[in-house]
Design a protein around this ligand. Structure first.
Ligand code: NDP
Length: 280
């Protein structure tokens, strides 16, 4: 019988996850299907257990999904968010946060962003930012500074990583602009809409590399700004592909076919009328 995997979130219509996973199942010859299902918070628990073998969770349910799990990986425990789950034969709900390792893998493609002993500035304090902070600590960043529109949320995120081995602190917007950073990461939703302002203006004398979690057909307004400023930059597409590949591995225990997955999303992105930017 065909195995069934789902993407649960609200909204989900824009998501490229079905493209990625259909390409993966096709390349692996797996009898499995993947569907995006829009669910409200009240329906999430049932949607993760009834008629499915596993799936992904996206905005705004990653935190709630983490609370619903029976078994949590370290990445879920540390970030408080789950984006990948499977229903075990025992009936237990197992979950991971593949955004953490997905970001880490995507960083490998940005050679300027070697983070051991380095200082990172993270813009934003939501689920995506939590995954970025966790990954930066895992690769040995010396300092991870957070700036967010709502300082309380930034404070809560920094507290979550207290005692982690890296210095995790808050900075003001002014200090963020004045200080020097080895990597600046946009983990806000800014860039999803054409009218959005840039999350932060970058200056090559203070910023060595940049990474935008948002992605688009030709990058994003912020990645274009970074490039024009002479700063090596990546958008979020590779992270999306990597976290999807890791999901495939978690569900099927098989090596993810990343090249067919990459080709499938690049084809869709190059042929679709683009929104300003896309997220997970
Ligand atoms: P959340 O909703 O959890 O967090 C959104 C963040 O953006 C918050 O820090 C919020 O600040 C900030 N923000 C929203 N609007 C504004 C604004 N107008 N001005 C300044 N800050 C703003 O979302 P996620 O963390 O899950 O996702 C963040 C982005 O990263 C999204 O675009 C998402 O699609 C993308 N993403 C991409 C992934 C990938 O694989 N490429 C994976 C995960 C996420 P405040 O706290 O003040 O509300």
């Amino acid at each position: 019988m065909s195995r069934r995997f789902v993407l649960l979130g609200d909204p989900v219509a824009h998501s490229l996850s079905p493209v990625l996973h259909e390409a993966a199942f096709g390349a692996l010859g797996e009898d499995a299907e993947y569907a995006a299902v829009r669910v409200g918070a009240a329906e999430l628990a049932e949607a993760m257990r009834i008629g499915v073998d596993g799936g992904n969770v996206t905005v705004p349910h990653k935190r709630r999904a983490a609370d619903l799990l029976d078994v949590r990986t370290e990445a879920v425990r540390i970030t408080g968010a789950c984006n990948c789950f499977r229903l075990e034969a025992s009936g237990q709900l197992w979950g991971d946060n593949t955004d953490v390792e997905g970001f880490r893998q995507a960083l490998h493609r940005l050679p300027e962003a070697r983070l051991g002993g380095r200082a990172v500035l993270v813009l934003g304090a939501g689920g995506g930012a939590a995954a970025v902070v966790a990954a930066c600590i895992a690769v040995g960043a010396r300092r991870v500074a957070i700036v967010n529109r709502s300082p309380d949320r930034a404070r809560a995120l920094a507290r979550r990583f207290a005692g982690s081995g890296s210095e995790v602190d808050l900075v003001s917007r002014g200090d963020a602009r004045r200080e020097a950073w080895d990597l600046v990461v946009n983990a806000t939703s800014l860039g999803l809409r054409a009218a959005d302002p840039l999350p932060m203006r970058l200056d090559a004398s203070r910023v060595r590399a940049a990474f935008d979690l948002v992605y688009g057909r030709d990058g994003t307004a912020w990645t274009r700004h970074a490039r024009e400023s002479g700063i090596p930059v990546s958008d979020g597409l590779e992270m999306l592909i990597q976290q999807a590949g890791l999901s495939v591995q978690r569900w099927l225990d098989r090596t993810p076919p990343l090249e067919p997955m990459r080709r499938a999303v690049e084809t869709v992105l190059s042929s679709a009328a683009p929104p300003a930017g896309r997220g997970s």
